[in-house]
Design a protein around this ligand. Structure first.
Ligand code: BDR
Ligand code: CA
Length: 374
């Protein structure tokens, strides 16, 4: 199995990333580090512990990481994830994993990654990039050692994909979600992100999963029903019994399915409220985990409109000018990711343009099933 280190800020969609990385049969979750982001470090760490406990994964270590960005104040997202960072359910248990507060998280990450065979382990980030930027700056030998870094973050725009990006009520179309230009994870610590993309060896091992990709994977009401009841009972509800007007008998959902349903229903409400995105919220974070899987999940193949996609590589620049502020003028384009396509054969960041969405839901269902029977 592919060893994975997950750096996260749970966060509703982070929960699904944790589930996938822990229960996909091709992956082995080594540990979690937490970071400021959707909520304070204290909350994201507490949430991570509750989620691992709910999943029965109390042997996975949790390391609390950075409380704030390199050189900015922390920015949180209560409008999307609630005050706790994981609002919307009463089903999360008390934390059953004690976060390793007295150990240095950077040293723990380094040791765990260097203990894996060369070129085998992936680092996956589903939060802002402060922790991993510090890791790779402090211990460059880790860069040479890992197989890849998969980042959920950024927004490319400019017709990169035809997925509908966030539209904020009254503001019209936009590239980013947190601001008109910036995606939240990159906005939170743009300097950390820029330190990664400007490291050529690391950039060549990096896969970026931007909003352009995540907005192709929406947790629609149909998907939520599927997650709640599983595929067979859900299909029977739209089958002949339902057609005949009989109420289909659905088994009581498992605690895990109800938990996922509660969380993603809350996420759907806030996405509809804040972004006016009523079709369903994009399930951003698990895609960064899925990107470490063989191409059966993320398709490298081109759709007709993008038929030069095989092997595309990018130079990514992050706008670091501008303040974390509510004023458009003070903020400017801070956190924007600008992508320049590199000539064929030149090393750079991989940015998939599309994925096999039904396959992704299948993989997730498989992982839920494994979690339920573990
Ligand atoms: C990212 O921001 C967070 O709110 C989500 O968990 C995801 O990692 C999407 O922009
Ligand atoms: Ca996240």
């Amino acid at each position: 199995a592919t060893p994975i280190w997950l750096d996260c800020d749970p966060g509703h969609d982070d929960v699904v990333a944790i589930l996938l990385s822990a229960f996909h049969p091709a992956l082995k979750l080594l540990g979690l580090s937490t970071v400021h982001g959707n909520a304070s470090l204290k909350n994201t760490t507490h949430n991570a512990s509750r989620v691992l406990t709910a999943l029965g994964l109390t042997d996975i270590p949790i390391y609390p990481g950075a409380r704030k960005p390199f050189c900015r104040r922390a920015a949180y997202a209560p409008s999307i994830h609630g005050a706790t960072g994981l609002d919307g359910t009463t089903l999360l248990p008390k934390p059953g994993v004690t976060p390793r507060e007295n150990e240095n998280y950077i040293v723990a990450m380094r040791d765990a990654l260097l203990a894996q065979p060369r070129n085998s382990a992936w680092v996956v980030t589903t939060g802002t990039l402060t922790n991993v930027a510090i890791l790779f700056a402090a211990f460059p030998e880790v860069v040479d050692h890992i197989k890849g870094l998969s980042i959920m973050g950024g927004a490319i725009g400019d017709g990169f994909s035809d997925a509908p990006l966030g539209v904020v009520k009254g503001e019209g179309p936009r590239v980013g979600n947190w601001t008109r230009w910036a995606e939240f994870n990159i906005y939170c610590d743009p300097e950390a992100a820029q330190s990664i993309f400007t490291n050529p060896v690391l950039a060549a091992k990096t896969t970026l999963i931007p909003l352009d990709l995540t907005h192709q994977v929406l947790a629609t009401p149909e998907v939520l029903q599927l997650l709640l009841h599983g595929p067979s009972s859900s299909s029977s509800s739209t089958g002949s019994a339902a057609a005949a007007g009989e109420s289909a008998i659905k088994p009581k959902p498992s605690g895990l399915r109800q938990l996922l349903y509660d969380l993603l229903t809350y996420f759907a409400h806030t996405y509809a409220e804040v972004f006016g995105l009523t079709a369903g919220p994009p399930l951003h974070d698990p895609l960064a985990v899925a990107a470490t899987l063989p191409a059966a999940v993320l398709l490298e193949d081109a759709a007709p409109a993008f038929d030069d996609r095989g092997g595309e590589r990018w130079f990514i620049d992050v706008v670091t000018d501008g303040l974390h502020s509510n004023s458009d003028q003070e903020r400017g384009q801070v956190g924007r990711t600008i992508a320049r396509k590199l000539p064929p054969g030149e090393p750079g960041v991989t940015v998939p343009r599309t994925l096999d969405v039904p396959k992704f839901w299948e993989v997730l269902e498989h992982c839920i099933h494994r979690a339920e029977s573990s």
